[in-house]
Design a protein around this ligand. Structure first.
Ligand SMILES: NC(=O)c1ccc[n+]([C@@H]2O[C@H](COP(=O)([O-])OP(=O)(O)OC[C@H]3O[C@@H](n4cnc5c(N)ncnc54)[C@H](OP(=O)(O)O)[C@@H]3O)[C@@H](O)[C@H]2O)c1
Length: 256
């Protein structure tokens, strides 16, 4: 099969969480540009609508659904809405996440729980809902969980985040094993640092800038740098890949 056909997502329905800003917007653009009818999900509906308008103005298919993914009913409503409007989604990008600075000697139970509720619990239960819909419809699919290089390495002051992302990597492997027999592939991406709302203040500070010489490719990730890996995992090009975590970090973890 020629490369364009391998990566073609025409006829597929994709859900991208955390698509009101940052990497989620880039992921939604990449999937929609390759033909997927793409559902953008987050809490800020005004931002989602802005991105949907941009995509539809380009003749692409996109829809916004507002949801707080830490609420179980919101996840169920999201998938019911997508199923009703466009049919069964067979691509899920589990991207919504948060990072809070808190030292482990001081972190409160509430801060710990807030991180885990979105970065780990919502990843599991959104994937579970997606898998249940695919299984009920007897459809195969691809789930892509967004981990981080901080799921592989650790950094001081963000221990809860690092732990949640390490959990995403192991959860990915466990889901891949359980669901492979139903044709549902589950993989993770581990991005390196990219300037977004989650870390702009830190990456633009002297401490953040001091990391640049340690990145072999000498820059943080930018627009489009993660698209190729996402499309590989989402499309037929990755049809024999499951349970893996792809690191996309300009070589940063080689030299941390
Ligand atoms: N940027 C990096 O350097 C980097 C590196 C490695 C991994 N990552 C991972 O990439 C993912 C995206 O992060 P980003 O850098 O693009 O940061 P971001 O711009 O802050 O994006 C986070 C997204 O999550 C959504 N979100 C937050 N709480 C939510 C909730 N309760 N329910 C639904 N959506 C929620 C936010 O939208 P609303 O506020 O509108 O809900 C937003 O769209 C995260 O999982 C992050 O850990 C980022």
């Amino acid at each position: 099969m020629a490369a364009p056909a391998l990566f073609d997502l025409q006829g597929k329905v994709a859900v991208v969480t955390g698509a009101s800003s940052g990497l989620g917007v880039q992921f939604a653009r990449a999937l929609a540009s390759h033909g997927a009818r793409t559902v953008l999900v987050a809490r800020r509906k005004d931002q989602l609508d802005r991105h949907v308008d941009e995509l539809t103005a380009r003749g692409l298919h996109a829809m916004a659904v507002a949801a707080d993914l830490t609420e179980p009913e919101a996840i169920a409503r999201l998938f019911d809405t997508v199923e009703r409007e466009w049919g069964t989604p067979t691509i899920l990008v589990n991207n919504a996440g948060l990072a809070q600075a808190a030292k482990l000697a001081e972190i409160s139970r509430q801060e710990w729980a807030t991180t885990m509720a979105l970065n780990l619990d919502a990843v599991l239960f959104t994937a579970q809902m997606a898998a249940q819909h695919m299984m009920a419809a007897k459809r195969e699919g691809s789930i892509i969980n967004i981990a981080s290089i901080l799921g592989l390495q650790v950094q001081k002051g963000v221990g809860a985040y690092c732990t949640s992302k390490a959990g995403v990597i192991q959860l990915t492997r466990a889901m891949a094993l359980e669901w492979a027999g139903r044709g549902i592939r589950v993989n993770a991406l581990a991005p390196g640092y990219a300037v977004t709302d989650i870390n702009r203040a830190y990456l633009e500070s002297p401490a953040g800038q001091a990391m640049l010489p340690n990145i072999p490719l000498r820059r943080f990730g930018g627009e489009g740098d993660f698209d190729g890996a996402l499309l590989l995992l989402a499309s037929d090009a990755g049809r024999y890949i499951t349970g893996t975590t792809l690191t996309i970090d300009g070589g940063h973890t080689l030299a941390l």
